[in-house]
Design a protein around this ligand. Structure first.
Ligand SMILES: NC(=O)c1ccc[n+]([C@@H]2O[C@H](COP(=O)([O-])OP(=O)(O)OC[C@H]3O[C@@H](n4cnc5c(N)ncnc54)[C@H](OP(=O)(O)O)[C@@H]3O)[C@@H](O)[C@H]2O)c1
Length: 214
């Protein structure tokens, strides 16, 4: 058994796996299709992660598909009842890349809510507002990263908050799963700003931050 199963070996998988291992959690990494990719990924992270490929048994109580929205939907379908009761962290920003002018989710919904409709897992939205590069260090310009979290299941939200906290990040619970609509728009805004050449100070290594009153 692992604490956390990360699906994918891309940018966000690397960022989140780095933080999870820094938090002392045990990690299983499932590559899309190529076991050698998972092995190389685990070696890069220090060698302690268990490895496999999509379709292998999921061992983590917390599952983090570090993949795009369409792939995440296929993962909920593929694993079906095997996801029952697990915490499923939706990190996706379902940007409509054909227009780069909005999100590719139904009006009045979010990727996280759409995923929840198709899975017996407890979906929690988190990590979609933190860029991969910033997760590696957990800080930007010496400032702790915020992890904005939304979910309907109190225990699942707590489990994700505890993971973020243990990883040196600042969890901020913003409300029920429908708040994912706002988180996905916030993630999109962050992307737009980073893609905007007129705002060179906000690049893919910058972060959204809520500053509390002292
Ligand atoms: N990058 C960021 O800073 C950032 C920030 C916040 C949220 N996000 C979100 O995080 C997610 C991942 O982004 P990323 O930048 O990490 O992407 P990425 O580097 O392109 O990695 C995507 C991963 O998905 C795997 N994959 C592709 N198709 C798949 C399928 N059908 N089933 C299972 N796995 C599949 C890929 O495996 P192969 O390469 O082996 O096919 C790869 O490991 C996206 O939803 C994105 O919106 C990204």
């Amino acid at each position: 058994m692992s604490d956390i199963t990360i699906i994918g070996t891309g940018n966000m998988a690397r960022g989140i796996a780095s933080r999870a291992l820094a938090a002392g959690r045990s990690v299983q990494v499932l590559a899309h299709a190529d076991r050698a990719k998972a092995e190389a990924f685990a070696a890069e992270l220090g060698g302690s992660a268990a490895v496999g490929v999509l379709g292998d048994e999921i061992t983590g109580a917390i599952v983090i598909p570090a993949v795009y929205f369409e792939a995440s939907k296929s993962i909920t379908e593929r694993y079906g009842a095997a996801l029952r009761g697990r915490v499923y962290v939706d990190i996706t920003n379902p940007v409509d890349f054909s227009t780069f002018d909005g999100l590719a989710v139904p009006e009045g919904s979010s990727a996280a809510e759409e995923l929840q409709k198709s899975t017996l897992a407890r979906v929690v939205k988190a990590f979609n507002t933190t860029f991969a590069a910033t997760l590696q260090a957990g800080k930007v310009s010496g400032t702790q990263l915020d992890v904005l979290i939304a979910g309907d299941d109190e225990d699942a939200v707590r489990a994700v908050s505890e993971l973020a906290q243990a990883a040196g990040l600042k969890p901020i619970v913003v409300g029920p799963l429908r708040r994912a609509r706002q988180l996905e728009q916030a993630g999109f805004l962050n992307i737009l700003l980073s893609a905007n050449e007129a705002a060179p100070e906000f690049q893919w290594d910058s972060a959204l931050k809520f500053i509390p009153a002292s």
